[in-house]
Design a protein around this ligand. Sequence first.
Ligand code: SAM
Length: 251
Amino acid sequence: MTHAEKMRLLIDDQYPLAAKYDPEWMFENKMGCQCLWLAESLSRIMELRPGMRVLDMGCGKALSSIFLAKEFGVTVFANDLWISPSENWKRICAAGVRDLVFPIHGEAHALPYASDFFDAVICINSFQFYGTADNYLSDHIAQLLRPGGQFGIAVWGPDEEFKGEVPKALEPNWWPDFYYFHSLDWWKWHFEKTRLFSIEAGDDLGGDGLRVTERWAKVMEKDDALHRGGLMRWNRLVARRNSAYAEDFRV
Ligand SMILES: C[S@@+](CC[C@H](N)C(=O)[O-])C[C@H]1O[C@@H](n2cnc3c(N)ncnc32)[C@H](O)[C@@H]1O
């Protein structure tokens, strides 16, 4: 596939807000997914209004942070570990959102924010790296998100949890840490069991999770069973921080 064909694939009329952005910019700053499709998909099931404080956890190169600020006028704290805030600041300034997006270096277990500070938290292709421990939601996200605030994640995972071993077809490309990829049902249970969150919406990007997986595999020229779709897909989930227990669980 030529580079021009890849650039055309990155513009998808199912995601008209993301389609306004330069495909070269999206391709150059990609970190494992087309994060603007996922951000747009999440924005359809979240409340995002000007003046809201949003934490973009694991924002990578801050593309989704820039997108949310430009499209919804929210104030975004673009938090990442691997990408430096100075590098992200250059991108934020170049995109013209220096008054709305603040780049922050923060490890997920030592985040530098006040309790109840955020109206919303979003997390795109990142939560699996640190959010699967039973106490992560209660000890971290539930502290930062005000009661009544929303937490939205976009995660890639198997259609169903594997029973025992990884399916044979996936084995050649499966790394030991890939067990952090979970099904939508697993994520729902992960949130609900804490009683600190109520699931508001959760699906395969509104029926588009497999198509997005297939399209991204074409852009990346990957044709193995793990990447090409059929066994793995994109999902989105939005949970609201319950008001009940708000004080009981402060740590
Ligand atoms: C696959 S990248 C996705 C980046 C971006 N959301 C996107 O979709 O382009 C995962 C991001 O999670 C962040 N991350 C991983 N472990 C983290 C941790 N322990 N604390 C904070 N961020 C973390 C990394 O810095 C990385 O940028």
